[in-house]
Design a protein around this ligand. Sequence first.
Ligand SMILES: NC(=O)c1ccc[n+]([C@@H]2O[C@H](COP(=O)([O-])OP(=O)(O)OC[C@H]3O[C@@H](n4cnc5c(N)ncnc54)[C@H](OP(=O)(O)O)[C@@H]3O)[C@@H](O)[C@H]2O)c1
Length: 291
Amino acid sequence: MNNKKILITGASGQLGYELQCSIPSDYRVFACDAEVLDITHTQKIQKIIDAQQPDIIINAAAYTAVDKAEMEADLAWKVNHMGAKNLAKVATQHSIQLVQISTDFVFDGRQSSPYLAEPYLSKPLSVYGQSKLAGEQAVLEYAPNSLLIRTAWLYSSHGNNFVKSMLNFMQTRESLGIISDQIGTPTWANTLAVTIWQLLEKGSTGIYHCSDNGVASWYDFAIAIQTLALQHGLLKQNIPIKAIQTRDYPTPAVRPAYSLMDKTKTESSLGITLPHWQTSLSKMLQSIKSL
Ligand SMILES: NC(=O)c1ccc[n+]([C@@H]2O[C@H](COP(=O)([O-])OP(=O)(O)OC[C@H]3O[C@@H](n4cnc5c(N)ncnc54)[C@H](OP(=O)(O)O)[C@@H]3O)[C@@H](O)[C@H]2O)c1
C-alpha cells in the first residue's frame, strides 16, 4: 500500500478521464479540470499544492487543437510551454514527481525508422509540436527527475477524436476521402493511462514512449473503424472510403509524414507487450456500445 497522493491536471480531457477510470486502489487522487486549476496561473498552482500536498502531479492538461494552434500560437505556447514549466518548477520546489505528457508531433517525420525515447533536437513542423517540445525541454530543465511520456494519435470514448468523428461521418456522409501518406500509431487513451500507472509503480523517471503497437495511416485507421464498428453493431452500412494524399487535404498545421515511436524501453522496463492498435480500437468501440 503506497498511499501516494496524485494531482491530475486536465482531468476532463481524454487522458484525464482514462486515468480516473484506471486508478490503482492504493493511490489517492485529486483530479482538477481547467476551471479548478489553470496550469498557466502560478498562484493558483501554489494554492492547490499547499492545500493538497501531492506526491505526484500527472500533467494531462494541454492545448491540443493542432490546426487552431496555428492561429492561436500565443495560447498554445502559454499552456504547453509555460504551463509545463510552471508545474516543473513547483514540482522541484516541493519534491513532487512530475509526469509530463508529450506527443509524436514533436518529430519532423523525416526519419524512416521509429524515433527513440530520447531528447529530440530537430524543429517540429507545427506550432502545437513546437510548443509541446518547448514544454518537454522546460520539464527536463526544471524538473530533471520527471517522467516524460510521448504518445500519439490518442482517442477515447470520452471527448472529441478521430474515431468519434469517423463514426459520425460514416453515418451522415455517402463517402469519405482519408489521408494515406501519414504513418503513425493510433493509441487508446486507456493504454496510455494504464502504462502511466505501471511506470509510476516502477518509480520510472526519464523519457518513455507509449502508444499502442503496430503501424497505420489515417486511411488504415478509418477502414478499421468502419470494419470493427460494423462488427460491433455501431454502424448499419458500409460507405466507400478513398485513400487520398496530404496534398489533397490541406490543413493549417503541417503534420509529420512518419511518427512511429520506438517503445522498446517502455516494454522492456515493464516486462509487457503493449496491445496492438486494432485490439485496443475494438475494445474502445465495445465500450462505446455499452455506454
Ligand atoms: N489527442 C491526441 O491525439 C494526442 C496525441 C499525442 C499526444 N497528446 C498529448 O496527450 C496529453 C493528453 O491529451 P488529450 O487528448 O487527453 O487532450 P484533451 O482531451 O484535449 O484534454 C486536454 C485537457 O487540458 C485542459 N486544458 C487546456 N488548457 C488548460 C489550462 N490552461 N490549464 C488546465 N487545463 C487545461 C482542457 O480543458 P478544456 O477542454 O476545458 O480547455 C482539456 O480538458 C496532452 O499532453 C497532449 O498534448 C495528445
